[in-house]
Design a protein around this ligand. Sequence first.
Ligand code: CDP
Length: 224
Amino acid sequence: MKKKIIVAIDGPASSGKSTTAKLLAKKLHCIYVDSGAMYRAVALYLLNHNINFDNKENLKKIVHQINIEIKPGHSSDENIIILNGEDVSRQIREPKITKYSSTFATDGIIRKRMVELQRKMAETRSIVMDGRDIGTVVFPDADYKFFLIASLDERAKRRWLEDKARGHERKSFEQIKNELAFRDKTDSTREIAPLRKADDAIEIDTTSLSIQDQVDLIYNIIKK
Ligand code: CDP
């Protein structure tokens, strides 16, 4: 029987993690989990239910009412994100959710619940998971760890194109760049599970790499 493997891919927003992780999982014949989508789903839930994020006693109860499933898409490579039985794959990509997801992701109660769900997903299957704390907190013993980085300008360019493709409200390049910088700061300076390269992760600068180059590079390291 083939050995179960865990591949952790971390890095800041728009560093190419999700696209790379998705294609890599396909090549490795394992499942792909976008942990950012889970934090986005939590943000959607809290906003839709008007939950006071500062009431921590209530939050402790609420998080156990949040169930998130990630399933492979039927017609595309995109995962389907199910929040308490409802397909929220599109809603969680809205710019408002993007902003709140980073704020809510600073909270220890929410993170504990997400890590629990993430570890469960990898119990019986090989998995490629991308996020901010996968190699440091969720799977410190992952078989392979990668940390993707790219310049802020390049990441803003990618996000601008992505927003355009998704038909989201048009923002200026400068605005997108500022929002990314704000999220970078929130993600890397929070007290719990900050965005950080694990000591044993391989860092890859994707600024001038194509998606195919990135995937091949990582795939070849794993296959070696
Ligand atoms: O797709 P994008 O790079 O914009 O972000 P994402 O991966 O969808 O993650 C949304 C937010 O969730 C991030 O800004 C982080 O604050 C948070 N997140 C986290 O804290 N830990 C993770 N493992 C993944 C995401």
